[in-house]
Design a protein around this ligand. Sequence first.
Ligand code: FES
Ligand SMILES: [Fe+2]
Length: 411
Amino acid sequence: MHDHHRIRALLDARRPGHTLPQPFYTDPDLYRFDLDAVFARSWIAVGFECEVAEPGSYLAARIGASPIVITRARDGALRGFHNACRHRGAQLCAEGAGRRSLLVCPYHQWSYGLDGRLVRAARMGENFDPAEHGLVPVRVEAVAGTLYACLAEDAPDFAPFRREVEPLLAPLALQDAKVAHVDTLVERGNWKLVMENARECYHCDAKHPELSFTFPTGARGNFESEGDPARIAFDDRMAARGLPVGPVDGDWYQAARFALNDGCASMTEDGRACVARPLAALTEGDVGSLRWALEPHSFAHAVGDFAFLFSAMPTGPRETVVTSKWLVHRDAVEGVDYDLGTLTALWTATNLQDRDLVENNQRGVDGAGYRPGPYSPEGEALCARFTDWYCRKARDYLDAVAPARRLEAAE
Ligand code: FES
Ligand SMILES: [Fe+2]
């Protein structure tokens, strides 16, 4: 059980518009608190429908400390489960996507259908009822080819996200895409430092030469146009092509289509499209980028020729695993329609630069000299939004869930 009085006091001590008090970035108890209060109670972007397109396919991922698996059973339905055997709890499938007719536990070979039912368990005796030992379900949602999961039964309302973000995602036709590349990167930094870094471009001009070439590093917040004539011309051009631009702004998500720097058609090192086959017919040519982002852990960009997802998962008080996925049209052939190195170069370079920034940030935050510092109102508005959201989420948990747990424990 977390020390709720201490966490509440730390939340009370926090100055709005500033980075958080030190323990939020360093303390093992707060790391476990974050898994329970934030990661177990949020919608997490786990990947794409194309990773589980065929009946008999699965995608295994992790939400905080909990391995999960999303399956497409023979009946065509998409389901989510805890990726833990109902015998003695072993993890069923290694992380990643694959195809199986049964999920067979690597320990004692209990076997589950992709619908979660236990179909085989040897030598369990006459009184054993397989029906009582199916996989534990997890909530899953699919939106225009993107996939989300939430561990909590009382998950945040998904309907507003679907209603607002689906029209922006739909023209990308991501259900017709394929994953061209997956990369994971271990960063020795607290997940909040990873996410604060991912929510601002205050550092981009100095630290990301590749990204800054195409990305409007001076953009504010969620790319609001604020009367900017170039932005209004872009919005008009997108409207003429039937591409909504947003912006949409929910409690735990944001999305907007925005213009890349002049003359750039993609987020590549030279600003040129690198996949001969665009994502969808509608997105040929310069369509800027559609950015969508979820608190607590992810952002994604879709330019005309590919989509990119960045997802951060805490694995320790000072360790975060970043998973990156690149998607191209499913008919695009590697080596013919695109070169994998060219496709992945910009975000790989950016991720490595960001890892160094995060690890260096952690070193300073770990020291006795750390004091919460002010965000730039113009350059770090989304950092302030992130920490505000985090503190609300933490308080919600302390107010609603924790007292109920204490009651249960006392019963
Ligand atoms: S733990 Fe899975 S079969 Fe024993
Ligand atoms: Fe960065």
